[in-house]
Design a protein around this ligand. Structure first.
Ligand code: GNR
Ligand code: NI
Length: 174
């Protein structure tokens, strides 16, 4: 496995729509392994392939806590087949928007169909943080970031802070 670099805003790649996977072959399995390692190292609870520069509809998620047994989920070509009408708000963060957090309202539960690590077709009902995380990751596959769900004022503030932070890092490096 190899850890990959995570792209951050305003990288244009993050705004592109990812393409469906045709077959879950060795190359896709390697991608999923690399994504999982990258996500654990970050650390994060979810990662979409586009965040490591690969425009394919592949997601990894693991909500287990540090001291618990790992429970990775591999999700290829997800389709939302049900979304609840009731919304719930979670404080979201994103590895592609470092150190910025905001409350985002989304359907509290959803059902998805997808292909698993072995390319087998599956369905899953999700609620709580898992439902939020799945929707956050599927947004990535469509070029959407959590800040797109905020008011323009909040979104611009976060983008401004991220730019400032990037400049400060550059200053230290140079
Ligand atoms: O690590 C992450 N935490 C998180 C918290 C609340 C809602 C969504 C997330 S996903 C995020 C990792 C990430 O950027 N995935 O795309
Ligand atoms: Ni994200």
């Amino acid at each position: 496995m190899s850890k990959k670099k995570i792209l951050t805003v305003p990288d244009v790649m993050l705004r592109k729509v990812s393409a469906p996977v045709i077959t879950v072959d060795k190359e896709i399995k390697k991608l999923m392994d690399d994504m999982l390692e990258t996500m654990y190292a970050a650390p994060g609870i979810g990662l979409a392939a586009v965040q490591v520069g690969i425009l394919k509809r592949v997601i990894v998620i693991d909500l287990s806590k540090e001291d618990e047994k790992k429970t990775p989920l591999f999700i290829v070509n997800p389709e939302i087949i049900f979304k609840s009408n009731d919304l719930v708000s979670y404080e979201e963060g994103c590895l592609s928007i470092p150190n910025q957090f905001a409350e985002v309202k989304r359907p509290s539960s959803c059902k998805i169909s997808f292909l698993d690590y072995n390319g087998k077709k599956k369905e899953m009902h999700a609620e709580g943080l898992l439902a939020t995380c799945i929707q956050h990751e599927i947004d990535h596959l469509n070029g959407i970031l959590f800040i797109d769900h905020l008011s323009k004022l909040k979104k611009d503030l976060i983008l401004k802070k991220t730019k400032k932070q990037k400049k400060e890092i550059d200053r230290v490096v140079v």
